[in-house]
Design a protein around this ligand. Structure first.
Ligand code: PLP
Length: 436
């Protein structure tokens, strides 16, 4: 059966078809990616994309929002149940949008915050000089240890020393490339000691937190932001939650009314009209579907498998003489330092790409290469675990990666690896049709 799109816009259809084939036929090891269900795809490909729904359910600036209200309330109620939160905003278009709203709600331009060093696994929105967060606010950093028993890990005594020295308005936790869990209780003690807000950006780990396989931040962090498309396995988007005992200790005064607002009010108005216009209702429909999926028992089993697979993958790399940052992982990803293998991250990404293994080059802590070259690669298990792979499959994948990396200029050997990759992909089918 040919679809309307195939008939009437073959160029776009062909690009979609090729992308679906690429996703089906390769090993997806990018730690920030996942594969959504067909139900999520279907919810997103709907007429909700036509609807303007500025405002919140029951309080919209447009008519005709009765069904937008239904779908956004479903998303909000399911997110609250999933994370045991009292308040959530599901409208941020992305993780970066959610973070922008967090800053807007809590900080004044020029205020200081303390976050994880980008070169040690932090995210661009945690103070990079090329991002609004570094342009508008004063970013200070904590990092991971270079050596000793905590090599590759955060030393909380150092975080405390730094916080006492700079007295930030906000302390942020969260990372794009940190494979260890966070001690939220210790972070909160430090935040309380210096009268700072504690913000967690759980973009990478939200699904694992929802499933209870990582520490629960909700009793300790004031504000929690996230993406919805990484381990949470929903559509591309963002979301903001408030932790359990939040009382707006800072009482930021709203600029117009002069009234001390509750944090939920500040965050709602920071998302809209502060940062965004109309919410993407088709994506919010997809979020509602994904949050229900993430509340099911199968998702808990999935998340536990994601972590087991990452541990097996990291251990296999260690056994093969690779340097794994912090020598292992607590979560869904690991970071490989390739310096002892005389390879850069850029070279490794290219060679693995030739074998249809998709990874991303990544800075490792104390890297001496530029961000365009890097000394490492970042690997994650969420996507391939969705396809059904378990520990032994990941050990096999590491052996394939090792073979590819050690034979980067041998076209025949790379072709052999590619054939094995294809065989694995065939055994774990993904999407059976091009359109949802
Ligand atoms: C991925 C990520 C983001 C940004 O998410 P986008 O949806 O790409 O904007 C923000 N923070 C962290 C820690 C991330 O890993």
């Amino acid at each position: 059966m040919t679809s309307l799109l195939q008939q009437n816009d073959p160029a776009v259809f062909e690009a979609i078809e090729n992308e679906v084939r690429r996703q089906n036929d390769g090993l997806e090891l990018i730690a920030s990616e996942n594969f959504v269900s067909r139900e999520v795809l279907q919810a997103m490909g709907t007429a909700f994309t036509n609807k303007y729904a500025e405002g919140l359910p029951g309080k919209r600036y447009y008519g005709g929002c009765q069904f937008a209200d239904v779908v956004e309330d479903l998303a909000r109620d399911r997110a609250k149940a999933l994370f045991k939160a009292d308040w959530v905003n599901v409208q941020p278009h992305s993780g970066a949008s959610a973070n922008a709203a967090v800053y807007l709600a809590t900080m004044n331009p020029g205020d200081t915050f303390l976050g994880l060093d980008l070169a040690h696994g932090g995210h661009l929105t945690h103070g990079s000089p090329v991002n609004f967060s570094g342009i508008l606010y004063k970013a200070e950093y904590y990092g991971v240890e270079k050596s000793g028993p905590l090599a590759g890990r955060i030393d909380m005594d150092r975080v405390r020393e730094k916080a006492l020295a700079i007295r930030p308005r906000m302390i942020s936790i969260g990372a794009s490339a940190y494979s260890r869990d966070f001690d939220y209780e210790a972070f909160r003690a430090i935040a309380d000691e210096v009268d700072a807000l504690l913000w967690l950006d759980m973009a990478h780990t939200a699904g694992l937190i929802a499933s209870g396989v990582l520490n629960d931040p909700m009793d300790h962090c004031h504000i929690i932001s996230t993406t919805t498309h990484k381990t949470l396995r929903g559509p591309r988007g963002g979301m903001i939650l408030i932790g359990n005992d939040f009382e707006n200790p800072f009482g930021k005064v709203a600029p117009k009314s002069g009234r001390v607002k509750r944090m939920s009010e500040l965050l709602d108005s920071a998302v809209f009209p502060g940062m965004q216009g109309g919410p993407l209702m088709h994506v919010i429909a997809g979020k509602a579907v994904a949050f229900a999926e993430a509340g099911r028992e199968e998702f808990k089993t999935y998340s536990a498998q994601v972590v087991k697979n990452a541990a097996a993958m990291a251990q296999e790399f260690v056994d093969r003489g690779y340097e794994v940052v912090s020598e292992g992982t607590d979560n869904h990803m690991c970071l490989i330092d390739l310096r002892n293998k005389k390879l850069t991250g850029k070279e490794a990404e290219a060679v693995l790409g030739q074998a249809e293994i998709t990874v991303n080059k990544n800075m490792v802590p104390f890297d001496d290469q530029s961000p365009f070259v890097t000394s490492g690669i970042r690997l994650g298990t969420p996507a391939m675990t969705t396809r059904g792979l378990v520990e032994d499959d990941f050990r096999r994948i590491v052996s394939l990666m090792d073979r590819a990396l050690m034979n980067g200029d041998d076209e025949a050997k790379l072709a052999a690896v590619r054939a094995d990759v294809f065989e694995i992909c065939q055994a774990f089918p993904l999407y059976d049709t091009v359109l949802a």
